[in-house]
Design a protein around this ligand. Structure first.
Ligand SMILES: [Zn+2]
Length: 521
């Protein structure tokens, strides 16, 4: 069994989750579910990045202790992802004691390798990015390039540095030789361009002023042997991927799980994941992750998502209003993973009604209803000899499986769903062409009628498997209507050959799985 370890970025809990966080989580969940269906030993990790100073600031603003604040946020984030059916196996919080030891272990290894040194650091520090910028990197107005409401302060302090510059050539060679390392390809070009300019060492620690101590201690992971300094929050956060895999306490599990197959991240943090992180791993003598999958940003109704202007959507409310499947389907279908996309409620409703209620829902409903009406709800035998049309449906069913797989593996979710929809459309068209309601009037056409309804029902069964990664809740309800046991891990390979639907299966009563969303004008 091959292992497939997938992670999302861990979010800063300085406020509750919003819809902008969810594309990444759902995309990673689709891929994790797909690998489980392929029978891979899948391990999916999500979590929170709790050690940054602005978590403390957010707690202070709300008048609660940082510990209370992160517990509250932890609950809010886990609730949101549960509502959206994200099937993570591990939820990591960087305040976990085991994670402190993992981050310190990595820091020590870098020290032992001669990659950590002390020097005075100065630069413009954005507390929201937890990153230093040079004058040229700031906007013309002097604000952070990622946070235009923040004007980073000039900061000078003695820090521990990580010798990133030492790794420039090694990294460039690695990225050149491993086209699969940064996907989709457009992001790889950007990283290579940065590498050609050469890399600067980065500050790997932060000195905490006693005034900023929480309960007598600096907030964060102490630098080994120098507790006034905490490990730079990015150095600490990136290590979470190793902690979740079993470093340092479970060497056997670590051996089995690492390297990660994919880190799923937003485009704003490629620098950390495609440059800092692989260099840190090289320094520590740890294998690099197989790929970093980078997604674009989402706007909301055409505007930048912003807490200040109130242009945010709560994923929990959204899931309660439309259901997790509608949100997941829409994000994967309409909001591009690779480039920037827009989230618009009207488009969600339109997508749901046209693709799920009309196309897929109709296919399921008419198939189950007609088997109910003409075969007393029992799936008929597939006749030994069938015609051209049936052969074509079988061909499209196989092609749809391949196209869906190819799309998911290439992080092209719209393409994957397009692939599955080839079969949805072909099966609906097949029913229209075959006119089972006419065949049913002629007792001599019972065999033809059986062929049509068997092919329709088998197409639905296959679609349930192809769509389980995307719309797990609805797929399970469709499967139940077919009277079949739940889809199992491994079914993508074991149960997608044509003819897997046993004749004699008793269907449940037809019930709409995708009732149309009616919106007031
Ligand atoms: Zn910033």
């Amino acid at each position: 069994m091959s292992s497939y370890y997938i992670t999302t970025a861990i979010d800063y809990p300085n406020g509750p989750p919003h819809i902008g966080h969810s594309l990444e989580k759902i995309a990673a969940d689709v891929v994790a579910r797909y690998h489980r269906l392929r029978g891979d030993d899948t391990y999916f990790c999500m979590g929170l990045d709790e050690n940054s100073q602005h978590v403390v600031t957010a707690a202070q603003t709300s008048g609660v202790s940082p510990a209370e604040w992160i517990d509250r946020m932890d609950e809010a984030f886990r609730l949101a992802w549960a509502k959206l059916d994200c099937s993570f196996d591990r939820w990591i919080r960087t305040t976990e004691e085991v994670h402190f030891r993992a981050a310190q272990e990595l820091f020590r290894r870098a020290q032992e390798n001669g990659d950590i040194y002390k020097a005075v650091y100065s630069g413009f520090y954005c507390p929201n990015c937890n990153a230093f910028y040079t004058q040229e990197e700031l906007t013309q107005q002097g604000t952070c390039p990622d946070h235009t409401s923040i004007t980073p302060d000039w900061l000078e302090e003695e820090n521990y540095f990580f010798a990133l510059s030492k790794y420039t050539e090694k990294l460039a060679r690695y990225v050149e030789e491993h086209p699969e390392f940064i996907v989709p390809a457009i992001w790889r070009g950007e990283v290579l361009a940065t590498l050609r300019q050469g890399l600067k060492d980065f500050s790997a620690s932060r000195k905490v002023r006693p005034a900023a101590y929480v309960d007598g201690k600096p907030w964060g992971v102490p630098v080994p042997g120098d507790p006034e300094h905490v490990i730079y929050v990015w150095f600490d956060a990136l290590t979470n991927y190793l902690t979740a895999a079993g470093l340092p306490d479970e060497p056997e599990r670590f051996e089995k799980t690492w390297p990660a197959a994919a880190h799923v991240i937003g485009k704003n943090i490629t620098r950390f994941h495609c440059l800092y992180w692989p260099a840190m791993l090289m320094s520590a003598g740890i294998e690099l992750p197989k790929s970093v999958a980078v997604h674009g940003f989402m706007t909301l109704e055409g505007q930048r998502i912003s807490k200040t202007t109130g242009n945010i959507v709560d994923p929990v409310e959204l899931a309660e209003e439309f259901g997790a499947d509608a949100v997941r389907y829409y994000l994967m279908r309409d909001v591009s993973f690779e480039s920037d996309g827009d989230f618009a409620r009207a488009n969600l409703v339109q997508r749901f009604n046209s693709d799920l209620a009309n196309d897929l829902g109709n296919l399921l409903n008419r198939t189950v209803s007609m088997i109910g009406r003409y075969f007393e709800r029992v799936v008929p035998e597939q006749p030994a000899v069938t015609g051209e049309r049936e052969a074509d449906v079988r061909r499209v069913a196989l092609a749809a499986r391949e196209a869906t797989a190819k799309g998911i593996e290439a992080w092209d979710f719209d393409g994957a769903l397009d692939g599955a929809w080839q079969l949805v459309r072909r099966a609906n068209q097949y029913i229209d062409e075959s006119e089972p309601w006419k065949l049913a009037r002629d007792p001599e056409k019972k065999g033809e009628l059986a062929a049509v309804l068997y092919h329709a029902a088998e197409a639905v069964r296959l679609l349930v498997i192809y769509l389980t990664p995307f719309i797990p809740g609805a797929a399970a309800r469709m499967q139940a209507q077919l009277g079949l046991p739940a889809v199992q891990d491994g079914d993508w390979l074991a149960a997608t050959e044509w003819g897997g639907l046993p004749a004699g299966t008793t269907l449940q009563q037809a019930e709409p799985v995708f009732p149309r969303i009616e919106v007031e004008k």
